[in-house]
Design a protein around this ligand. Structure first.
Ligand SMILES: [Zn+2]
Length: 218
């Protein structure tokens, strides 16, 4: 059996969204994965023997903005960990709508990109708008880098078709991104930003659910 330090940490997305998850943290049994993502053993075998055993909580710091006219928040979200008794893998279960390797939620990222690309705000102003005060100090100067990184990564996060050929500037790219995202809104309102925000929150980790994501980089 592998020790924890040797094994890769796998991430599995629950169907619960961030809001429901934070409203009432689900029990270890409620969100135990059906199978181990590494060895595919059943999480809880017939007869009740638990293979994916609860392995405590891990806290992830979250920061951001929930609405265009909202106040930036800072909070912590508890994720559930499991340890596979069959292969030793450590599995983290997170709610749908939590992006890998960033402390910002999809809503915040879309709002920040919209404020920058459509609202014409400078990146520093966007950073001040979406970051709660105590996170700004150590992130000073990184707002611009985050906006550009999100503009590059968002296509993969939501599996959107990138613009074909030619150079597309940052703000133009964001506008296309928001348009392509907004058509996926389940309850489309016709408002580009509102629809893009709604669609962005539907993130369940397709294709990224097996990567380590313990340390947010921005
Ligand atoms: Zn396993």
């Amino acid at each position: 059996m592998q020790t924890e330090s040797q094994s890769e940490i796998r991430v599995v997305y629950a169907t619960l969204d961030v809001k429901s998850w934070m409203g009432a943290l689900p029990s270890a049994a409620a969100v135990r994965p059906a199978t181990c993502p590494c060895c595919h053993a059943p999480g809880c075998a017939v007869g009740g023997r638990v293979t994916l055993q609860g392995h405590g909580l891990r806290f992830r710091t979250q920061t951001g903005l929930d609405a265009v006219d909202g106040e930036p928040f800072d909070d912590e979200l508890a994720t559930r960990r499991y340890r596979c008794r069959s292969c030793g893998a450590v599995v983290t279960v997170v709610p749908a709508g939590l992006l890998p390797r960033t402390r910002y939620r999809p809503t915040t990222i879309v709002l920040a990109l919209a404020l920058w690309a459509l609202g014409g705000l400078a990146s520093a102003a966007v950073r001040r708008r979406v970051s709660a005060a105590r996170t700004v100090a150590h992130e000073a100067g990184r707002g611009w880098a985050s906006l550009r990184r999100w503009t590059r990564q968002a296509w993969d996060w939501w599996r959107l078709r990138r613009p074909a050929g030619g150079h597309v500037s940052g703000r133009e790219a964001v506008e296309m991104l928001l348009q392509r995202l907004s058509v996926r809104a389940r309850d489309g309102t016709g408002n580009l930003i509102a629809d893009a925000v709604e669609a962005a929150a539907i993130f369940d980790g397709h294709g990224v659910c097996a990567t380590p994501q313990e340390a947010p980089t921005s």
